[in-house]
Design a protein around this ligand. Sequence first.
Ligand SMILES: Nc1ncnc2c1ncn2[C@@H]1O[C@H](COP(=O)(O)OP(=O)(O)OP(=O)(O)O)[C@@H](O)[C@H]1O
Length: 338
Amino acid sequence: MSLLALNSGQALIIACAITALMWLGSTEVVAGTLSIGELVMINAYMIQLFLPLNFLGFVYREIRRALTDLENMLGLLNKKPQITDALNAQELNISHGEITFNNVSFSYDTHRPILNNLSFSVKAGSKVAIVGASGAGKSSLARLLYRFYDVSAGEISIDNQAINSVTLNSLRKAIAIVPQDTVLFNTTIRENIAYGRPSASDAEIDEAIAMAHLKDFIATLDKGDKTLVGERGLKVSGGEKQRIAIARAILKKSPILIFDEATSALDSHSEQAILAAMREVAQNHTSVVIAHRLSTITDADNILVFSKGELVEQGTHAELLIHKGQYSQMWLLQQQED
Ligand SMILES: Nc1ncnc2c1ncn2[C@@H]1O[C@H](COP(=O)(O)OP(=O)(O)OP(=O)(O)O)[C@@H](O)[C@H]1O
């Protein structure tokens, strides 16, 4: 048996054996067959042997833990993604950036439909807002567009190319998302932003930082943009995290932008500044803005109102107010709250 294979139970057995030996040794001293010096020597040898053995127990535990982590990691790496490229998938060729949903239905599990027979299009270069009650299926739309999931029926296309017939890589390159829950890596603010486009130059990263109104915040930090954000960004506030995500999306320079509640954690002042930046970035881009606060999307070219997975109204802010449907009710409620 290798010494490395010792566990804490075996170490205890060895400790008991040493104690028993010491007891035997002391009886030998009493009997006069062993000198006190020899007993002390045996004791010193035992301690020298026992201390490293004790350490081996710690090493053994660490090795076992590392092996378990390794096993989990390899298991994850071996997992086959359900969403993959079609056999003859082509690169997505973006000419204008027009998005079309054609009779799209979707459910995460078969018992509960999330989106029902949706048809609409987002014109190239326009800003479309998606609004509706919580759970209406707004974020699910963005997930479908990015192909985190495939539709259950119907088709989504960009510039007349069905998204499930193009490569995932080219599709995801064409879309930048500012998600509801931004995932930050436990590294610096700058590296987290650069993740949007690792090949970006320093000047481009600085420009994205300025556009996302992160400069003032970064100036307050001792290490500036080299400050570590902590595991999943726990050392930055929700609003700061959103601005990092916006900078990341700006840097990606994709023709299609999706903002999923991108300013929900910001105070009104920062929100106005970011909205102005978003408007600037969105120029000449197709942008889809998912929002709860209707005051942030009144300038949208088209507003899609969702309810229980269905598109119930669409139009500009002014048109929807005249229509006096769900949108105008939500608008009145939010105005009263404000
Ligand atoms: N991964 C998932 N697995 C199963 N059900 C899900 C999953 N993600 C979302 N759902 C369900 O799908 C429905 C629509 O969720 P979605 O996130 O699209 O709503 P939403 O309109 O964006 O809501 P909110 O405004 O609160 O973000 C919800 O009822 C939700 O519980």
